[in-house]
Ligand binder design. Sequence first.
Ligand SMILES: *Cc1c(COP(=O)(O)O)cnc(C)c1O
Length: 384
Amino acid sequence: MIPLAIPNMVGNEGKYLAKCIEDNFVSTVGPFVSEFENQLAKATDFQHAVVTSQGTTALHAGLVALGVDTNDLVIIPSLTFIATANSVAHCKAIPWLLDVAKDTWTLDPELLEQALEENCERSVDGITIYKATGQRVSAIMPVYAMGLAPDMDRICDIAEKWGIPVIADAAAALGTTYKGKPIGSTRAALTVMSFNGNKIITSGGGGALLSNDKALMDSVRHLTNTARKGPGYDHDVVGFNYRMTNIQAAVGVAQLENLEMFLTAKRTIGHRYAEAANDLETIAPFATAPWSEGNYWFSGIFLENWESEKIAKLSAYFKDNGVDARAFWKPIHLQKPYLHAPTNLTGVSDSIWERILPLPCSTQLTVDEQSHVLETLKNFLSEN
Ligand SMILES: *Cc1c(COP(=O)(O)O)cnc(C)c1O
């Protein structure tokens, strides 16, 4: 079976792991942790980075650092991985689910503006209130879908107008650019990444918060490190043990050394699928955006206008021919824990989610393997 997206350990991973054992730095103390933070900040052009145990824990700590609290609303796009919504729920807050734009699959800024204008007002002390329930809207969390940046300038303009902080879920977007620059140029208060096994680099599990705001990042580091004051056992708030270990960071540092090679491989694979999709009548390429060069974290085909039955048939056909290809994120408003969350939907995520079909795109995918994937697709189309 040609896998969808698997880790690629061709660099110094083994060597650096052996160093952790040799030096006996196997837990959260050790040089690879700060090395990984420094290299990440450099690669993304952020001034500060704090690494964590997972992407989800980074999102949670980030929301807490921004003051998100019980019963608040946090705006997120409905088309995302469940962790985006769960990190909000972990704060005992509620995700307010907005739809994505049809062309880019990322949070729709026009809808964001309209949803805020129709549903919210500013209180005398500047807090944005959801009028129907009196709840505070305490953060906006756009998502870099498939590694593609949302329209961050427009989203941040709207957020600034309403006095709401922005925390970007850029879990899978290492290497993505926004308006020609690394994403450290965007105005989000916090940007979060994940180094889970299926991302563009992995630390065998892990995450990071990135920002240009020193005071905010001091508070993030404090929260992720049990809110410990100094070397003793004095803690001033309820913190978390969300630190990354030296073992994870050792793998992360080694992976980061190969980032350019991974990005080139992902881009080449993504371009080939897009070209094939453009050549085939009933198939469309993945979304692109004029303001962002994505990292092609996932690439594949968009089965615009296809019936569910035919999509299932294609997935099964791929499987029978040794190709792992699966439907993508099921929107949050269709997930059992969030059926009662407030929504402003346009029908876009409902109509696209089953039609987004990622195809094998590991960085070590060979030209022949990708040819096999595309031949399989063409054979299916000629038979159906
Ligand atoms: C992977 C991912 C996460 C979660 O990261 P973990 O490290 O697996 O906790 C969150 N949001 C998005 C959009 C993701 O793709």
